[in-house]
Design a protein around this ligand. Sequence first.
Ligand code: 4AD
Ligand code: MG
Length: 438
Amino acid sequence: MNLIPEDKKIFIKDLKDHVGEQVQLECWMYNKRESGKISFLQLRDGSGFTQGVLEEKNVDAKVWKTSQDVTIESSVLVSGEVSKHPKKDEYEIQISDLEIIQLAEEYPIGKKDHGPEFLFENRDLYLRSKTPWAVLRIRNQVFLSITNFFYEEGFLRGDTPILQPTSCEDTTELFSVDYYGEPMYLSQSGQLYSEAAIMSFGKVYDFGPVFRAEKSKTRNHLSEFWMMDAEMAFYDQDMNEDLQERLVKRILKDALENCKLELEILERDTTVMEQCVAKPFKRMKHFEAKKELEEDGFSVDYNDDMTTEEEIALGNKYGIPVFIEDYPFEVKSFYMKSYEDDKGVKRARCADLIAPEEAREIIGGSQREDDYDVLLKELKERDYPVSDYEWYLNIRKYGSVPHAGFGIGMERMTRWISGVHHIRETIPFPRTTVLNRP
Ligand code: 4AD
Ligand code: MG
């Protein structure tokens, strides 16, 4: 086929600027409807969706025949005039010419309602449907918002290795690989490396695929997901939460402004998200959260993490993101700064950010232990191989400063905004404990 030259290409998203003009589109036909002597071709080109209308009496017999022959998901070259829907903000093509680039074989999905398992076994094809298109474009916007935000805030994007000799989070959640005969682990988070990097750059962030080997089968867990870690020197936990709040508000605001079509496709009610942009986030201590839940009828464990049901209940109760602060240290990671509360409970200077609408924990963050001796003692108490962490301990030897950071789960954030049921919808090719095809 003759490709349309780059400077002549027109995309479906821009049809509104070409009303009354003759255009040519390189696209796919994702569906077809016929009504007597009129054919309605549903077209998509990656940038958006439109309808092509073809009337037998207005086109060559050859073009009409092509419109009858064309199959679902065939690639096509469409020519015609752009017109506006008389009432709606929608644009169509009155097709005058139609050329098949490749006639698709019978398409396995789309004819009837398939269950999610079938769709994910055919994820390579399912990606072409409207729901994944909308969700993954929202994901793209989330990455962009974070990049812009940190650029404006003077952060350096300093990426971190995926192959790591040590564990960042829980050692039981590691995937190991054979690295020239030595064991290495797939990253759970870039945080430890970012802590070293802020001693040079002050404020850094990274994006990276991270891996968790725990066999969690919830609709909020992936085995491979993307995390954005941010780390800041001369920062305490309050400053850390202030920054997270500004970032989350920015992400929501950008999505509401720039992803209108996507949110509409997903039939997302955005009332709560709009509230979250406008209102201050709630902050409460872990023991206060547990106490409230107890008063609301939960049988809680004050010494443990928040359960799924507890996170959902808090999100529903407040309708805005809630920072749950100062968890019992024993359920949190070794690197967190700790203190003893007035009841003698050792607590971490940390917060998880719980989002409403059943989105649950979207961010985990903390102030880091900046004292060499305290950190060394903790590593020993947890039976970590201290020699592997020597470089990390060294950050506390040469000009240690109070510092803090956080990690945002990119797919958890995307799931909240898009409102889809399962997190696997929010990454192009999900890796979970059960579904790994394709
Ligand atoms: O709370 P986590 O485990 O924190 C860390 O890894 C820190 N080192 C981050 C930091 O301080 N730089 O993970 C951070 C976030 C969670 O809040 C959640 O949004 C997401 O990562 N997350 C997952 N997302 C999908 N699937 C999983 N299995 C996830 N585990 C965590
Ligand atoms: Mg966490």
